[in-house]
Design a protein around this ligand. Structure first.
Ligand code: MN
Ligand code: MN
Length: 465
């Protein structure tokens, strides 16, 4: 190799010099990456809703020795427990060597994903076909959800207090469901609509059957037949839909993408692609310096409100409980705490480069993305991490040899978004967003890089160890 010139050497020293992660990924490392991602793919397939992801996470944590939280118990260093909030938000705690007054280390990711929920009164018949009315959840491009197989997940909660689980459409032998779309031949008027209106909210109706009840006379016999099947299978009547949470998700499995298998395509990467690394990291932490908390939360996609969202007191109470059990000041604990808000950012897409400002856009295979601020317009709706805290995280990443980059969510004034970061920052905790860059974010089938997933896991471990 030719010797470097003076200017080249000075550039190495003075300029940002981020490299594609594959320039430094030998066979041994790639094997670790792919092994980790095989576990991630199983987690994705088992957890397609917040309830299922919470349950899958609890199973992994229990296998790693985490026990349910016991109020009033004085936990010793290294002890591991979890707090389960209504089966939708779960927090995992490993008690650290230092008093919680010195602060806790929080990793926070969300396990809800954009989807199509059934309305409280969903079932109807039209033109002798049975359908469900729906109400979408989170930010979706509605046209993407038509003409593809959908599965139905969720629960009926009945008046007698029992809860019946629904999970239909994932198994190859299961039936699945579909939102129909208009044939192109008759779509002249539809094609003049804007993309946002191409399919409207009230057009996301899900086809669920066509066969009338026996050969009886009367109206709504297809609906009756569906209700009869549901009654037989789940013991429910139409009124039980009023107290149900039924969620339609793409009936697709996580798959490797590309001839080189370097990418993963799946529904729900946002944000299980950060939840799984945070979970795996905390299950592997032994005797951390500071008490480590990984929280996998619900409701991020609709603004983090509600008693299972991170804008609730759930996380505060967990920290307060620890402080009380150690007889130390809770507010002091919060002030000294630090958090990685583990959420995805947009990866730059070669087909849609224009929405990104290239110097500040995340690229696939460049590692975990630090996002100093999210929000919209003039940084509205974000916590904007402090320079000091970002410096601390940079140093941690570089010292551990972790592949990382920075990103902004698109060009200024083009749009925007948010994460849970600001809700945790509002508690007085230092927070910055860090996560995996995604292509086709919020689509039924999103894409991430395996290398980025693995580096995000390494970050989570380094942060809470
Ligand atoms: Mn997210
Ligand atoms: Mn999202």
């Amino acid at each position: 190799m030719a010797e470097k010139t003076a200017s080249e050497m000075l550039k190495d020293k003075l300029f940002i010099n981020k490299k594609n992660g594959f320039t430094n990924c030998d066979d041994e490392k790639w094997e670790q990456v792919t092994d980790f991602c095989e576990g991630y793919k199983i987690f994705l397939a088992n957890g397609k809703t917040e309830r299922e992801a919470a349950r899958a996470a609890l199973a992994i944590a229990e296998a790693a020795g985490f026990k349910p939280y016991e109020r009033g118990k004085r936990y010793r260093t290294g002890e591991k427990y979890y707090v389960n909030n209504r089966g939708k938000t779960v927090a995992f705690v490993v008690v650290g060597k230092r008093s919680v007054e010195k602060g806790v280390k929080i990793t926070a990711a969300h396990i809800d994903s954009p989807r199509i929920d059934l309305k409280p009164n969903p079932l109807y018949e039209d033109i002798e076909l049975a359908l469900f009315k729906t109400h979408y959840y989170g930010g979706i491009k509605k046209y993407q959800w038509t003409a593809m197989p959908l599965a139905l997940h969720g629960v009926f909660a009945k008046k007698d207090g029992s809860v019946v689980e629904v999970n239909i459409g994932e198994d190859e032998n299961d039936p699945c469901f579909v939102v129909t779309d208009l044939l192109p031949h008759l779509a002249q008027e539809q094609s003049k609509r804007t993309l946002a209106e191409g399919i409207k909210g009230e057009e996301l109706n899900i086809l669920i059957g066509s066969r009338p009840f026996k050969d009886d006379k009367g109206s709504e016999l297809v609906k009756l037949n569906i209700m009869s099947i549901l009654n037989e299978k789940y013991g429910v009547t139409e009124e039980d839909f009023l107290s149900a949470e039924l969620e339609c998700v793409p009936a697709v499995k996580p798959r490797d993408i590309g001839f080189d298998r370097s990418l993963i395509g799946s529904y729900g990467h946002d944000d299980r692609v950060c939840a799984y690394p945070a979970l795996m990291a905390i299950t592997e932490v032994e005797m951390p310096q500071n008490t480590a908390i990984a929280i996998l939360t619900d409701k991020e996609e609709i603004g983090s409100d509600g008693n299972t969202g991170l804008n609730s007191d759930f996380l505060r109470f967990i920290i307060r409980d620890i402080a009380e059990s150690q007889g130390v000041d809770y507010t002091e604990a919060l002030r000294n705490s630090k958090c990685l808000s583990a959420d995805v950012n947009a990866g730059i897409d070669p087909t849609f480069k224009d929405v990104m400002e290239p110097k500040n856009a995340a690229k696939l295979n460049y590692g975990a993305v630090i996002t100093k601020y999210t929000g919209a317009r003039g940084k509205s709706g974000t916590s904007d991490a402090s320079a000091e805290y970002v410096a601390e995280i940079r140093a941690m990443l570089d010292n551990a040899g972790i592949l990382w980059q920075t990103g902004e969510l698109g060009k200024v004034d083009l749009g925007g978004g948010g994460t849970v970061a600001m809700y945790i920052a509002n508690m007085g905790v230092d927070v910055v967003d860090l996560g995996v860059p995604v292509l086709s974010m919020h689509a039924p089938f999103e894409v991430v890089s395996k290398l980025d997933v693995y580096e995000t896991y390494r970050t989570m471990y380094e942060f809470c160890k």
